[in-house]
Ligand binder design. Structure first.
Ligand code: AMP
Length: 400
């Protein structure tokens, strides 16, 4: 039997998302979500096979090992277990690969140690990712485990865009620089956008706007990322659902001195009680737009701040790239919020940008152009698929 399946794992601090795909077509065989890992009370598992009924159950989930075993049991019940000879690889989403990991990488002891060394740069994410990898290795040591890093696509960003203008020795000692995130999505979407234009990725310059609950922009020149809006952490850049994005760093000192807030409190404020939620109380763009249309001033301001920041990055990346062939919207907000897309490019005809409202509001789901034919720069909506991209990279690596 040819091994053509890839299991993609995305381990969070208390959750595990998984998808089993048949490659190279990328057909979904099963998807699942395990939640409330390591929390009080029972955990929860939802498993959806491509053929058959969705199954849900509650079970004790003390740790990631228990979660992955439970997922493995569900897959086995469909004849697709973790020890199935059809399994070619397990692909793991790993948030922080620092400057070390520029490519998807087969995991060995050295790789595990390096991901561990990067924990201070992603203290919430890398430990959960490591737990997922170690558990999968323990369950089936014979299947290659491939780590696919959120930062990898951004390792081509030149130093002049990646360095912060702070004391160089301090920055070097503590590895402080722009790393960028959502790289798997930016890579996938920029490539798909080139396809949509009927050109090779090396021939086009694309600005990708990943607008989900987390949000980031990337400037991609000929298939290589040259700038992105997230930084040392995913807090920098665009206004997000609950994260502030860019602020004056002195806001932190001010809140510490004047409001007496601790570092932990300010961290929580900027990551969880800022962005759309901080501005108006809601982090879901659907709700923000609904309230704005009903005349709510706070929701209007939140929307306007979000759009102003987005347009600022759009303009900046025109300057970074020099020539732009396409702007691509993706993720929950980018794929669905027609109003955001309209507002993001409104009045930017001088940059060659325009949206055809009939195309923008059409009910299509797939990759599509929404700019009028006369526009110099294509505006595209390209649904992201990070799991497929991870599976594609992992499958290519183990078959290389
Ligand atoms: P993601 O992180 O990519 O899953 O995106 C989640 C976000 O997408 C949600 O918090 C919503 O704000 C947004 N979203 C999803 N569907 C819609 C929609 N139909 N209109 C506007 N925003 C949406």
């Amino acid at each position: 039997m040819n091994a053509t399946q890839v299991l993609v794992l995305n381990s969070g601090s208390s959750s595990l998302k998984y998808q089993l795909l048949d490659m190279p077509e990328g057909r979904r065989l099963a998807t699942g979500l395990v939640e409330r890992i390591g929390e009080e009370g029972p955990g929860r598992l939802v498993h959806t096979p491509a053929e058959g009924e969705r199954r849900e159950r509650e079970l004790p989930l003390p740790d990631h090992a228990a979660a992955l075993r439970a997922a493995g049991d569900e897959l086995a019940a469909d004849g697709l277990g973790l020890d199935s000879p059809g399994l070619a690889a397990v692909g793991h989403r790993v948030v922080h690969g620092g400057r070390t990991f520029t490519e998807p990488t087969v995991v060995d002891e050295r790789v595990l140690a390096e991901i561990e060394r990067l924990v201070p740069l992603a203290p919430l994410h890398n430990p959960a990712n490591l737990a997922g990898i170690r558990t999968a290795l323990a369950i089936n040591p014979d299947v290659p485990q491939v780590a696919v890093f959120d930062t990898a696509f951004h390792t081509t960003i030149p130093d002049h865009a990646a360095c912060y203008a702070i004391d160089a020795e301090v920055a070097a000692e503590h590895r402080v620089r722009r790393y960028g995130f959502h790289g798997t999505s930016h890579a996938f979407v920029s490539r798909r956008t080139a396809e949509l234009l009927g050109r090779r990725p090396e021939e086009v310059n694309v600005i990708t706007l990943h607008l989900g609950n987390g949000a980031s922009a990337a400037a991609v020149a000929g298939g290589r990322c040259v700038d992105t809006s997230m930084g040392l952490t995913p807090l920098q850049g665009l206004v997000m659902g609950t994260r502030s994005g860019d602020i004056d760093p002195a806001v932190v000192f001010h809140l510490s001195r004047v409001a007496g807030m601790s570092v932990a409190e300010i961290d929580e404020l900027l990551n969880s009680h800022s962005g759309l939620r901080g501005l108006c109380g809601d982090n879901d763009m659907r709700e923000v737009v609904r309230r704005m249309d009903a005349g709510d001033e706070r929701a209007r301001l939140a929307f306007d701040v979000y759009i102003h920041r987005l347009r600022s990055y759009l303009g900046a990346y025109f300057a970074v790239l020099g020539r732009v062939d396409a702007v691509a919207f993706t993720a929950g907000v980018g794929e669905n919020a027609t109003r955001v897309r309209t507002a993001a490019v409104a009045g930017l005809d001088a940059l060659g940008l325009a949206v055809d409202e009939r195309l923008n509001t059409a009910a299509d789901r797939g990759p599509r152009l929404i700019s009028p034919e006369y526009a110099r720069v294509a505006v595209a909506v390209v649904p992201t698929d990070e799991e497929l991209e991870i599976a594609t990279q992992a499958f290519a690596l183990v078959n290389a």
